[in-house]
Design a protein. Sequence first.
Lengths: 115, 114
Amino acid sequence: NAGVTQTPKFQVLKTGQSMTLQCAQDMNHEYMSWYRQDPGMGLRLIHYSVGAGITDQGEVPNGYNVSRSTTEDFPLRLLSAAPSQTSVYFCASSYTGQPLTNEQYFGPGTRLTVT
Amino acid sequence: GNSVTQMEGPVTLSEEAFLTINCTYTATGYPSLFWYVQYPGEGLQLLLKATKADDKGSNKGFEATYRKETTSFHLEKGSVQVSDSAVYFCALSDPGGSQGNLIFGKGTKLSVKP
């Protein structure tokens, strides 16, 4: 079991560029989510998905798109990168069967810098 | 709305000192409560959890008790080690939100000196 994997680990973008952060899990979890972590702000939810074909917005969705075509993968797309999107991005997944505990499993993170 | 408030850091302790990191929450319904730990350069790992009132979660010498009457879930350890240096996050499951969502506190950085 690899758990939750994320690529790349580090990325530098110029303002206006687009890119996709990859996330995959091999635990057959229905729920997947993306967070960003900024100093003094904790983790803020960007988008989440409760199953293949279903996505929804979190607390800070602007500037990001997601899709969920398979249970395993949940990519995060930055359409036109801005310096305000400089952050560390974490993908997480959890089992939503019974008993429901909402315990989330996190990937190692992607550190993104936008210049 | 639902929220988590945890004590601000950083917290600096000497090895073998007693640790308390306070966490209080606001929630409707009956959330599950969690403590996650983030070691430098890594993702978050679940440290312990409690799913109902008066439950005590414990792991690696850390403990926290789900206190509904004080809406608290304080993290404690009797004797910290240098290897416990990390950022600790308190979180709750969002009882009014989508299944799976967690709400996190802002994190408390702990540094343990030898």
